[in-house]
Design a protein around this ligand. Sequence first.
Ligand SMILES: [Zn+2]
Length: 172
Amino acid sequence: MLRDIVIYPDKRLKLISKEVTLFDEELHSLLDDMYDTMCSRKGIGLAAIQIGVDKRVLIINIPEEDDDDNVMPNKDETLEIINPKFEKKEGTCKHQEGCLSIPGVYEDIERFEHIVLNYQDREGKHQTIESNDFLAIAIQHELDHLDGKVFIEKLSILKRKKFEKEWKKKFK
Ligand SMILES: [Zn+2]
């Protein structure tokens, strides 16, 4: 089922999401709805709070392009991350990021280059993932949402002011 995306500066984006304790039907339909909603907006990642649910749940799907450059998301390859905790974060890199809650805005953001993350899957099983490419950046972006942060908070003061001015114009 498609859900509405929470758009900046909605106050819900500032909430600290809560740990998941029940790995039940309700969690599974949340994950399925998040997948449908993310794909419908052609996103590559989504945190539960972006559809208004303050649970420590995020999904990521970085689709492969086929020979005709069509982006083909595959649900089986979706990473479902619940109650994530960094075990290691090191190095720095910069990459352009965007966000379904701040549509149309793309900025270069500095992140850790290499991460090791512990999390639980939809059945509650403990998992570990190690990544040092675009996936690592996507995970850090989505994990920030669970702590009530959005990527534009990482901009310099000057760039942030410019963004806020333009954003207000757009949503007046
Ligand atoms: Zn985002």
